[in-house]
Design a protein around this ligand. Structure first.
Ligand code: PEP
Length: 254
């Protein structure tokens, strides 16, 4: 059985007082659960606070990005080692907002993925097609290209211990969730592509779905055989919603 993961992505949201309230409720409602890991990826300035608030709880924490560089003259960057020093266990790379707004290419994302792994973080590699690409019928081509940037250059072993997140761009923050059939088809495609390189790594690889997951639709998505949890944006900012999504992952693994 693959490990289930539910990871919140706060994006550019948070405040010292708001974080304390939100995480107080989250940590009270999210239990430690065998077979599942839960986390929140927060803006960098809050890592020290979040470390203090979540230490010893059933909820881990991480960064929303990771520099491809380890050290040096790279103004504005935050390295994997720095994230690890603040207790992070997760780092998201290749989120569609980084790709489209900040210009992260497949190659840059692959370098960030490698850097996160060097720092022993659980790297979450995000892939996903735009609405235009889906309508043009090139979803698999896009997913293959984004995945291959890591798979072809770093090998399937690089995905051992990492996570993949399928996030159709048209479903992120739009309230429009992929159907369970669309999610399952994309996840099965991604797993199959990894399996061509290494069946063992593919079988063990948790693939998360992201895109307007909420308490109301988490259970049906997580019931799909290749959906191993979720990457959660908006709903991770509401304690009851996030906790209910975590409970849906526990129920699936139970
Ligand atoms: C995300 O930020 O990765 C995401 C999936 O957002 P939302 O859940 O709000 O669609």
């Amino acid at each position: 059985m693959r490990i289930g993961h539910v990871v919140g992505n706060w994006k550019l949201n948070g405040s010292l007082s708001g974080n304390e309230t939100l995480l107080g409720s989250v940590k009270a409602a999210v239990p430690k659960a065998a077979g599942c890991r839960f986390g929140v990826c927060v803006p960098y300035p809050y890592l020290a606070q979040v470390k203090d608030l979540l230490a010893g709880s059933g909820v881990e924490w991480g960064g929303q990005d990771c520099s491809r560089f380890d050290k040096g003259a790279y103004t504005g960057e935050v390295s994997g080692a720095m994230l690890a020093e603040f207790g992070c266990t997760y780092a998201i790379v290749g989120h569609s907002e980084r790709r489209t707004i900040f210009g992260d290419t497949d190659g840059v994302v692959a370098e960030k993925f490698a850097a996160a792994r060097r720092a022993k973080l659980t790297a979450i590699l995000c892939v996903g097609e735009t609405l235009e690409e889906r309508e043009r019928g090139v979803t698999e081509e896009v997913l293959a290209r984004q995945l291959d940037a890591v798979l072809e250059n770093q090998g399937a072993a690089a995905l051992d211990g990492a996570l993949l997140a399928y996030e159709p761009v048209w479903a992120i923050g739009t309230g429009r969730t992929a159907t369970v059939a669309q999610a399952q088809a994309a996840h099965a495609f991604l797993r199959g592509r990894v399996a061509k390189k290494d069946a063992r790594v593919a079988e063990a690889l948790p693939i998360l779905y992201g895109g307007s997951v909420k308490a109301a639709n988490a259970a049906e998505l997580f019931a799909m055989p290749d959906v191993d949890g979720g990457l959660i944006g908006g709903a991770s900012l509401v304690a009851e919603e996030f906790a209910a999504i975590c409970q849906a992952a526990i129920a699936r693994k139970g």
